[in-house]
Design a protein. Structure first.
Length: 390
């Protein structure tokens, strides 16, 4: 991220201070610090006031801060000085102020130390006394800005998607019965790294046949053998930004489809369920447009699955936002109170699950645009396009 982008984001944060009736904001969540400043390190706080922005960190990051945050002031603590003492020194210079803090990322112990700065309690020895300071709990100030991705963020997400898709296309033709779920997960991560990813955006879910009925399954040494289906949920992380894709492969050889997985061929039940999930996913994507409630898009999916008698097999929300984290706002579910806006990047991932048999999930990453939506992922997803050839 350039210093211009950091400056723009910080100015937008400053513009929100009055709305929350605070004079300054202390950003402690590492992801939010990165978003606002461009700093990719950890264990650092960002203090934003109407007139200044200061990164509180330590000597490990002196050079990195100069490189990544040249337009932001740096307050570097020595090893003998606790972070709270450094923070108190910065706050003491502000006088009688109301300082917002990120309630969701502050532990009870940290909050006690923050309060000690005000009361001069023994819990924070060496700190400057700030009796005129008032701490104000806030929620979601930076996250609200992160909801809408700028052009650079969208470009990074596109690159993360491209890496994940190329990795998938490289691996699937090589799959054989002797491959284990865990080996596939390791192979896809290694391939993504070779292609430029800094790592995975989450631990890949590689689930053969009955294990696919567990939505957050962890791959094991179980071999594919003669599995009739394989669910693959994976994503790459590129320069901090995540992708998230799911495809379910099915073996469709000419053996008797009524025998299901006994001979490694998908059953008619699987085919019908797959077609229903794909229909539901396409309907949900078509419904995406700025101004529509996220819950309404979720409802579209459930209506399609209801017509196919599969509503009860869809046991999770439709999707979620992606960005610097794999799960961000907005939440795409029946209980979401959020409305879609242009610039959001969301997943659309309906699924159905049958314990002891199989699971099917199809997931794409979608950008909400001013005129509707753009599907950023491009992997084929019809059942005929996702063969499992063991």
């Amino acid at each position: 991220m350039t210093s211009i982008h950091a400056s723009n984001r910080i100015e937008r944060l400053r513009a929100m201070l009055d709305d929350h009736e605070i004079d300054a904001l202390l950003v402690t969540d590492e992801i939010n610090v990165r978003y606002a400043s461009g700093f990719t390190g950890d264990s650092s706080f960002l203090l934003v006031t109407p007139d200044s922005t200061t990164m509180l960190s330590d000597g490990r990051y002196t050079t990195q801060l100069q490189q990544e945050c040249p337009s932001i002031d740096h307050a570097i603590r020595m090893p003998s000085k606790p972070m709270m003492v450094l923070l108190s020194e910065q706050l003491a210079a502000l006088g009688d102020v109301r300082v917002g803090f990120e309630a969701q990322s502050v532990t009870v112990a940290t909050h006690q130390s923050m309060q000690a700065i005000v009361t001069d309690a023994d819990i924070c020895p060496g700190s400057k006394k700030c009796p005129g300071l008032t701490w104000v709990a806030t929620n979601g100030i930076v996250e609200k800005l992160r909801l809408i991705k700028d052009d650079d963020e969208i470009a990074l997400i596109r690159r993360a998607i491209e890496i994940a898709e190329r990795s998938y296309l490289s691996i699937v033709p090589k799959l054989r019965g002797e491959w284990s779920e865990l080996a596939i997960a390791h192979e896809i991560e290694a391939t993504m790294r070779v292609l430029g990813a800094e790592g995975v955006s989450f631990a890949a879910i590689i689930a053969a046949e009955p294990s696919g009925a567990l939505p957050h399954y962890r791959p094991t040494t179980t071999r594919l053998g003669e599995s009739a289906s394989l669910l693959m949920d994976f994503g790459a992380k590129y320069k901090g930004y995540a992708s998230d894709i799911t495809r379910t492969l099915g073996n469709q050889s000419q053996a008797n489809p009524l025998i299901a997985s006994k001979n490694g061929v998908v059953s008619d039940k699987f085919r019908r369920a797959y077609d229903a999930v794909l229909e539901a996913q396409l309907a949900a994507i078509d419904a995406i447009t700025p101004g529509i409630p996220a819950s309404a898009v979720d409802a579209v999916t459930r209506q399609v699955l209801q017509r196919h008698g599969l509503a009860d097999a869809f046991i999770h929300g439709l999707g979620h936002g992606i960005g610097l984290q794999i799960h961000e706002s907005p939440r795409m579910s029946a209980i979401s109170d959020e409305t879609l806006q242009a610039g959001m990047v969301i997943t659309v991932e309906p699924g159905v699950y049958f314990a002891g048999e199989f699971g099917i999930r199809i997931e794409d990453d979608v950008l909400v645009t001013a005129g509707g939506r753009q599907v950023l992922t491009s992997l084929p997803k019809g059942l005929d396009d996702c063969p499992l050839m063991l």
